[in-house]
Design a protein around this ligand. Structure first.
Ligand SMILES: NC(=O)c1ccc[n+]([C@@H]2O[C@H](COP(=O)([O-])OP(=O)(O)OC[C@H]3O[C@@H](n4cnc5c(N)ncnc54)[C@H](OP(=O)(O)O)[C@@H]3O)[C@@H](O)[C@H]2O)c1
Length: 223
């Protein structure tokens, strides 16, 4: 796939490396050209530094790897309002949560994914990759650790398929929880995990070990 990444930080580096290692063509655009060039120099694998607008044109998928409060600026800089992302799977990994507390900073029941969908008309927004630390994606899938499930929300089945493939390519198991009208639940989970971790508790010990429920073909599946 031809993948564009907006942002030059920790998550852009981890997923850029993972996807390039899996054989995808990756182009990275950040507000700082110097940071983009430094990052691609580190990543190798043919990853290219491009202006942000170029990172979103003609891509099979775009990752919006910027801080939640930089989303608006970044989407404005690629002129997303003009519909440049129309039809493109746009991955939203952002966490708008209060640092060390975990409460969501999007007000009035709003989600970041819905905000992004509003700023990028026509984009096929998929919430994914927001829950696990970036380091989880930097070792190859056979790197010795067990595979993790990446819960996703999105409205477009084809975009969910594309992002699901990108999840598998870095060693995850994709699981669609529902459409974007359910995405706030996913965003709250990140706040739950962060809140417990910063309070000194192991978030893994705060969820029950529920056995997997066998799928009944007669029952409509959420996942
Ligand atoms: N790191 C993780 O483990 C992880 C895991 C899951 C989800 N996430 C989410 O992924 C996103 C990126 O996280 P990160 O860890 O990669 O963050 P980071 O290392 O701090 O990088 C943030 C990126 O956002 C850019 N940015 C910030 N404000 C901007 C603005 N106004 N306009 C344009 N670009 C702007 C930064 O550009 P400059 O460098 O020029 O400031 C940088 O490229 C965040 O929303 C985070 O919540 C991160």
């Amino acid at each position: 796939m031809r993948i564009g990444i907006l942002g030059t930080g920790v998550l852009a580096a981890a997923l850029g490396e993972g996807w390039a290692r899996a054989g995808h063509e990756v182009a990275i655009g950040g507000r700082s050209r110097v940071k983009a060039e430094t990052l691609v120099g580190r990543l190798g694998h043919g990853v290219r530094a491009v202006p942000p607008r170029e990172a979103v044109v003609g891509r099979d998928a775009v990752l919006l790897a910027v801080s939640w409060d930089g989303v608006e600026d970044m989407l404005e800089s690629v002129r997303a309002a003009d519909g440049v992302l129309d039809g493109t799977p746009l991955i939203d990994p952002t966490n708008a949560v209060a640092h060390g507390v975990g409460t969501l900073l999007t007000g009035n029941g709003e989600s970041m994914a819905a905000r992004i969908a509003g700023l990028a008309p026509g984009a096929r927004v998929v919430k994914a990759f927001h829950l696990f630390p970036a380091g989880r994606w930097t070792s190859p899938p056979d790197g010795g650790h067990s595979r993790v499930t990446v819960a996703m929300c999105g409205d477009d089945p084809a975009a969910l398929d594309v992002v699901g493939e990108l999840v598998r390519d870095v060693g995850g198991i994709p699981a669609t929880l529902g459409a974007l009208d359910r995405v706030r639940q996913l965003e709250e989970v990140a706040g739950f995990v962060i809140g417990l971790a910063f309070a000194g508790f192991d978030p893994n010990s705060a969820v029950p070990q529920v056995p997997q429920v066998p799928q009944d073909p007669q029952v409509p599946q959420v996942l």
